[in-house]
Design a protein around this ligand. Structure first.
Ligand SMILES: [Mg+2]
Length: 246
C-alpha cells in the first residue's frame, strides 16, 4: 500500500508556512565526524504500516474532510485521493484550496492513541540499529508527533539521533528536493556521508541526485539506476557495510 503522504508530483511550496525551530531533542545537530549517517524512512521501512496504520490514516483523513468541509463520504474520499494525486499529499491541496492550517489537519488525522495498537514491527530492528555504526536520522513525510509515537512504540526512540518530519520539510513531501535540503542544512550533513534507506524508490532518486548513497527496501525485482543496493528487509542492512566505505 502506498503511503498517504507519498509524494508523486512536484508541487510548489505552500505559502506562509512557519518553519519549526531546530531546537529540541529530535533536532540534534549531527554534522562533522567521519562516520556514516543513516537516513531512514519510517513507514514500511522501520515498521509495517500496511496492516493497520495506513488504512486507519486514510479513514481518518476522509472523516476529517467530511467533518471540516461538510462532504459526504464518497465526496470526501474522492477529494482526499484527488489532492494526493495532484499535490503529492492531501494536506497540500487542503492548504492551497481551503486555507487549512497544517497542524490542525495533522493532529486531527493522526491520533496516536488510536494508531498505537496497530503498529506492527519486528523487534530485531532495534538490535540492528544498536549494532549499526554511525548516526541515524528518521526522515518521514508524516508529522513529528506521529513519528515520535511510532519510534516510542517500537522502542527505537533511544537509538535514533534525530527526526526530520513533514513540518521540518515545510510540508513539502519526499521526493521533492526542498525537504532534503532542509534535512541537510538542519543537521549539518554532507550528502556524501549519508546513506538513505527507503521503501519508496522514487524518494531515492532525489537522494542520489544530491549525492547520497541509497538502499531500497523492497522485494520488487525492478532495477533503478539510482539505487545502490536493494534489500528485502531493513534487517539485511549489515550487507550495506560496503556502502559506508564508498
Ligand atoms: Mg515508506
Amino acid at each position: 500500500m502506498t503511503s498517504p503522504w507519498a509524494g508523486r508530483r512536484p508541487a510548489r511550496p505552500p505559502a506562509g508556512v512557519e518553519r519549526p525551530g531546530a531546537a529540541g531533542s529530535s533536532r540534534a545537530y549531527i554534522g562533522g565526524g567521519r562516520q556514516p549517517v543513516w537516513i531512514f524512512d519510517l513507514d514500511n521501512t522501520l515498521h509495517d504500516a500496511n496492516p493497520h496504520v495506513f488504512p486507519h490514516l486514510n479513514r481518518a483523513m476522509t472523516a476529517w474532510l467530511m467533518s471540516e468541509l461538510g462532504l459526504d463520504h464518497a465526496a470526501a474520499d474522492h477529494l482526499r485521493a484527488h489532492y494526493w494525486h495532484r499535490y503529492g499529499a492531501t494536506l497540500l491541496g487542503l492548504m492551497r484550496h481551503h486555507g487549512t492550517r497544517p497542524a490542525h489537519f495533522l493532529h486531527g488525522t493522526h491520533d496516536v492513541e488510536a494508531l498505537r495498537p496497530g503498529i506492527v514491527f519486528d523487534r530485531a530492528v532495534r538490535h540492528l540499529l544498536r549494532r549499526l555504526p554511525g548516526r541515524k536520522i528518521v526522515f518521514t513525510n508524516g508529522p513529528l508527533h506521529y513519528a515520535e509515537a511510532v519510534l516510542q512504540a517500537t522502542g527505537l526512540d533511544t537509538l535514533i539521533d534525530g527526526v526530520h518530519a513533514i513540518e521540518h520539510s515545510r510540508y513539502t513531501p519526499k521526493p521533492r528536493r526542498t525537504g532534503f535540503l532542509h534535512l541537510l542544512r538542519d543537521f549539518g550533513l554532507r550528502p556524501s556521508r549519508c546513506i538513505m534507506v527507503e521503501d519508496t524508490a522514487e524518494n531515492l532518486r532525489t537522494a542520489r541526485r544530491l549525492g547520497m548513497r541509497t538502499v531500497w527496501i523492497s522485494r520488487s525485482p525492478a532495477h533503478h539506476p539510482y539505487v545502490d543496493l536493494r534489500l528485502p528487509s531493513v534487517l539485511q542492512l549489515p550487507r550495506a557495510r560496503a556502502l559506508t566505505r564508498a
